[in-house]
Design a protein around this ligand. Structure first.
Ligand code: TYD
Ligand code: ZN
Length: 405
């Protein structure tokens, strides 16, 4: 029997995406034979409303000294974190000498906005290589997973945190109760815990099943966040929709009663009820939509290849691991995937072993079709790649529906 990681209730899988590799596990041919696989299945817990993956690989297999995701690869995300920091500063960090902690600070793209202003800050980051990049940008980091023990050490050395921030990180941590205990310990009495993540409502609305992969152990809603943190004395005081990562939600939590609860919270709950996020049928319809999307995308690409067309991919995202493996697409279907991240280049995609190439490979000899795996950066990419369309190139998209444009 399986138990919900949030509330402990019994849960059962609602669908499986099949055998999956580590989503950020880009590899060299010598590593193919020892590649690690697990089954990617999801379950929905009705009592607390949390969508979660059933089995997650050991976190040490995902977050380590060769972690492949660097925030600074997207200019718009860097700009987004500058405005996130600005917003947190003006709203919540008004007392003298505030202290800011970021859980999962990656390469320091967010905390840099605080260090630049001389604000005391500390990043917690388990992947040593990205933490080193943050240090190079002048960010103090501790290489650790965030939990009660880490929180104790931070508080003992620095005092309580006025803000604990995170972005696209809290959903990575299976021991969500450990995170909540750590936050409850570290936060100042009037401190705030702010995090944003891909939003369940957006995923269901767009059919963007590629948000589901090993690192994303939870896909949160406002309701599930409220339920996860309430037992630890933390109250959801605001929920603000964001356009990043194809539709995210920013959650603000504080100690119970420390701040008034914004009406946005009730609005989010009402939207979630209306969208059926609390009902099992919604997830059954989602499963059917995933299967249709898989069949359409695989059929479209195979059809193009039968007609002798050249098809490449754009953005070797973690999300694409779910799509490629679920749809059964490999190097005969997709010639290469272009990506600007040096650590991914000249390696092969996890599970499906499609070569990853630098941007020049794409720009010097455009394919006829490019599958937009980094669809969450569509505006940034289409603007940058106007030349591809001018040269007659077509984008293949699969969110919200499979299409060619
Ligand atoms: P992203 O969608 O942010 O994350 P995830 O891995 O969580 O799904 O990853 C974007 C990837 O796309 C990253 O590997 C960098 C790459 N990329 C490009 O190659 N070119 C671009 O212009 C942008 C915006 C991203
Ligand atoms: Zn639950």
């Amino acid at each position: 029997m399986l138990n919900c990681r949030v509330c402990g209730a019994a849960i059962k899988p609602l669908m499986s995406f099949g055998r999956m590799p580590i989503a950020n596990g880009f590899l060299t041919p010598s590593q193919f034979s020892e590649e690690y696989f697990y089954e990617l299945a999801i379950a929905f817990c009705e009592p607390c409303g949390t969508l979660q993956i059933v089995d997650q690989p050991d976190p040490g297999k995902m977050f380590h000294e060769e972690y492949a995701f660097f925030t600074r690869t997207s200019k718009r995300m860097v700009a987004h974190f500058a405005s996130y920091a600005e917003w947190a500063l003006s709203r919540f960090l008004t007392r003298p000498d505030p202290f800011v902690v970021e859980i999962g600070c990656n390469d320091g793209a967010m905390l840099e906005n605080f260090s630049r202003r001389g604000i005391r800050q500390l990043g917690v980051e388990p992947s040593a290589n990205v933490a080193a990049e943050a240090e190079r940008h002048g960010i103090r980091t501790v290489v650790a997973f965030f939990n009660l023990e880490t929180a104790r050490k931070i508080r003992d050395r620095n005092g309580p945190a006025d803000a604990i921030l995170a972005a696209n990180v809290i959903c990575h941590i299976p021991d969500i109760n450990g995170v909540a205990r750590g936050v409850a310990h570290l936060l100042a009495d009037k401190g705030v815990f702010i995090f944003e993540e891909p939003y369940l409502g957006a995923m269901i609305h767009k059919g963007s099943y590629d948000q589901i992969y090993d690192e994303h152990v939870f896909i949160f809603s406002a309701q599930s966040v409220k339920n996860a943190f309430r037992p630890h004395g933390l109250e959801l005081i605001n929920a603000l929709p964001q356009t990043t990562h194809g539709g995210s939600m920013r959650y603000v939590l504080a100690r119970q009663g420390a701040y008034p609860v914004s009406e946005e919270v009730e609005r989010a709950f009402a939207n979630e009820r209306e969208q059926g996020l609390t009902r099992a049928e919604t997830y059954e319809a989602f499963r059917v939509r995933c299967e249709r999307s898989r069949d359409e995308l695989a059929g479209l690409i195979r059809g193009l290849r039968r007609d002798g067309r050249r098809v490449a991919g754009y953005g070797a995202t973690s999300k694409s691991a779910t799509v490629l493996n679920y749809c059964g697409l490999g190097p005969r279907d997709i010639e290469f995937i272009t990506d600007t991240t040096p650590i991914k280049q000249n390696k092969f995609t996890p599970g499906t072993h499609i070569p990853v190439r630098d941007h020049d490979t794409f720009a010097k000899d455009y394919p006829e079709y490019a599958v937009l795996f980094a669809w969450n950066h569509e505006a940034e990419i289409l603007e940058k790649e106007a030349g591809f369309a001018l040269a007659g190139g077509k984008w293949v998209k699969y969110v919200p529906d499979v299409s060619i444009s």
